[in-house]
Design a protein around this ligand. Structure first.
Ligand code: C2E
Ligand code: CA
Ligand code: CA
Ligand code: CA
Length: 272
């Protein structure tokens, strides 16, 4: 039994060592990704639910690494742990604003550009990073939407209230991402200076058959209306999702039913 225990332990440490070195390797590659121009933004179109008009998009990060295309769920956590999300996040902001400014000229109507902001980025310096991205690009502040999650705001309520006010003073819009999945109480919706609620994909998935998802989604839309917040539904995959959202009074929808996240050249084809 003793011998076997040692073997197990050896096996365990070898597996751990392999995990650690894979992580280190990925960290080194991610560190170089910016300089090597391997990061790319994809853009997922957002549509007005009642008119079906394009209203803007959400920027979603991709990493064209030497190992192939890497999705954000696989490298954003590492970027956050290593602090690399700070330069990467600043690049995302600048790139998204530059792109949106260009598309704004092509498209007749003003387009919104939504950018995801990580917990690590959500600190006082973010105000200067946003200011820089806006002034260097010339993109109008009121068309830029910063997406933050409940957990980001709840980890430091007082700090968040103040930071959100500073950001709103720049004129940018704030969307609460993945709404309903975190633990922000409704009372905080009033305290945080918000413009939009993004209804999480997990609720949309159950529509129209799951009674709970139907009830939750309708309630979120009702609450948002009363608080004068816009609603954005994510993960809209079917005609039935659309039909339900239209009747429930949701403003904006985003999902595979309309379009997947697209490389810039493909998104551009949707502009008029
Ligand atoms: P998220 O902000 O909730 O983004 C929505 C995710 O849902 C995206 O995954 C999108 O591709 C996916 N999606 C969109 N429509 C549908 C649909 O109809 N059905 C299904 N099943 N999925 C849909 P993606 O691009 O893999 O991004 C994953 C997460 O990574 C994002 O979740 C966001 O939290 C994070 N992320 C992406 N880009 C950035 C970034 O630039 N900065 C930061 N900090 N985080 C980012
Ligand atoms: Ca988002
Ligand atoms: Ca989301
Ligand atoms: Ca989500």
């Amino acid at each position: 039994a003793k011998g076997q225990g040692r073997n197990n332990f050896q096996f365990f440490t070898e597996a751990m060592n392999q995990q650690v070195s894979e992580r280190l390797l990925m960290e080194t590659r991610l560190r170089d990704a910016l300089g090597r121009d391997e990061l790319e933004l994809y853009y997922q179109p957002q549509y007005d639910v009642s008119s079906n008009c394009l209203t803007g998009c959400e920027a979603l990060l991709r990493w064209n690494s030497s190992q192939g295309l890497v999705m954000p769920d696989r490298f954003i956590p590492l970027a956050e742990e290593t602090g690399l999300i700070i330069p990467i996040g600043a690049w995302v902001l600048q790139q998204a604003c530059n792109q949106a400014r260009e598309w704004d000229r092509i498209h007749g109507k003003p387009l919104s550009m939504a950018v995801n902001v990580s917990a690590v980025q959500f600190r006082p310096e973010l105000v200067d990073e946003v200011k820089a991205a806006l002034s260097e690009s010339g993109f109008p502040a009121d068309q830029l939407v910063l997406e933050v999650t409940e957990s980001v705001l709840m980890s430091d309520v007082e700090g968040s209230v103040s930071l959100l006010h500073q950001l709103r003073e720049l004129g940018v819009r704030i969307a609460l991402d993945d709404f309903g999945t975190g633990y922000a109480s409704l009372a905080y919706l009033k305290r945080f200076a918000l413009d939009k609620l993004k209804i999480d994909r997990t609720f949309i998935m159950g529509i129209p058959d799951d009674e709970d998802d139907v009830a939750i989604t309708s309630s979120i839309i009702d609450i948002a209306r009363h608080l004068r917040l816009k609603t954005v539904a994510e993960g809209v995959e079917t005609e039935a999702h659309c039909e339900f959202l239209r009747r429930a009074g949701c403003h904006i929808a985003q999902g595979y039913f309309y379009a997947r996240p697209l490389p810039a050249s493909e998104f551009e084809l949707k502009l008029k």
